[in-house]
Design a protein around this ligand. Structure first.
Ligand code: FPP
Length: 291
């Protein structure tokens, strides 16, 4: 007898219809989308948007032109994730190390952020998208903070895709902040003496507390680095690096990353299909002399 499709499966098939609604039947994107299994859509996608500067340099443009051109792919991936039924999307927009860049470049990034928030808010609302910020936002220029706070507040009750903007974010800083929150809570409760920290406590106190860990981490522009991004959360994420510079990253590139992700055999340190070690292995000689 045919099994009834699970709620989650029905949900993802419906979401895939939202994607097909904007594709052209028969073209490459359509074919790629058809090869995507709606039951295996990554729940959380994280992206290191890299290569804006090189994109601009190739065109003899100032670096800020690359950042400006980087806004369109942000719109594209947000929309595509919403249409695919991805639960969370985390975008690395500004790292704690990015303050080392020229003042003019940093200021332009804040201006672009404010422009993006203003321009995109109606669309985020229409599409039920919730925006959150991860990072030490309190060090940002006040105008950028205010715009961010307003967007976070306006979208707080939306229940669709969650977009985390990682701004003034560092993975190590996040871990230090999490440890300090744990300590502070224990001090408040008077339980510091017998405090014992476990993995659940750390996860719950990260900026992403309560969200699933990323399943897929995409990095554009070919660098094979993590760059202090979501250090704890990406323990078992599938990595996908493309040579494409961020401003050139299109919907088709995102679909290619999802297709590649779905080919991976995710074992989480175990064996394929979650099977445990076969019992007969226990009797195999180890090939080392007995102690
Ligand atoms: C990395 O490229 C990109 C950044 C540090 C900034 C990311 C910002 C955007 C994509 C602009 C819009 C984003 C939002 C959320 C409004 P790079 O400058 O390091 O490039 P390079 O490695 O080629 O020099």
């Amino acid at each position: 007898m045919e099994q009834p499709a699970s709620h989650a499966l029905l949900y993802s098939i419906t979401r895939m219809q939202d994607l097909f609604a904007v594709l052209t039947p028969g073209d490459e994107e359509w074919q790629l989308a058809q090869s995507i299994d709606p039951a295996k859509i990554p729940g959380h996608v994280a992206i290191i948007m890299d290569g804006n500067g090189r994109w601009a340099k190739m065109r003899s443009l100032p670096r800020i032109a690359g950042h400006r051109a980087g806004i369109e792919p942000v719109r594209t991936v947000v929309e595509t994730c919403a249409r695919l039924g991805v639960e969370c999307l985390t975008l690395y927009a500004f790292s704690v190390e990015n303050w080392k860049r020229p003042r003019s470049e940093v200021d332009t990034l804040w201006r672009l952020l404010r422009y993006y928030l203003k321009a995109e808010l109606p669309r985020l609302m229409r599409n039920n998208i919730r925006l959150t910020v991860i990072g030490r936002v309190e060090s940002l220029p006040v105008a950028a903070q205010a715009e961010l706070e307003a967007a976070v507040e306006r979208t707080a009750r939306n229940t669709g895709l969650r977009v985390n903007l990682a701004i003034n974010y560092g993975g190590r800083t996040e871990l230090a902040d999490a440890m300090n929150r744990i300590l502070e809570e224990a001090r408040g409760k008077g339980t510091l003496q017998k405090l014992s920290v476990d993995e659940e406590m750390i996860s719950a106190n990260l900026y992403t507390g309560g969200q699933p860990d990323p399943d897929l981490l995409i990095r554009t522009s070919g660098e094979m680095r993590i760059s202090n991004f979501l250090l704890w959360q990406i323990a078992y994420a599938e990595l996908y690096v493309t040579e494409t510079y961020w401003p050139d990253f299109k919907r088709i590139d995102f679909l290619k990353a999802v297709v590649e992700y779905q080919k991976r055999d995710r074992r989480f340190g175990g064996l394929t299909n979650g099977t445990s070690r076969p019992a007969e292995w226990m009797d195999e000689p180890l090939g080392v002399p007995a102690p």
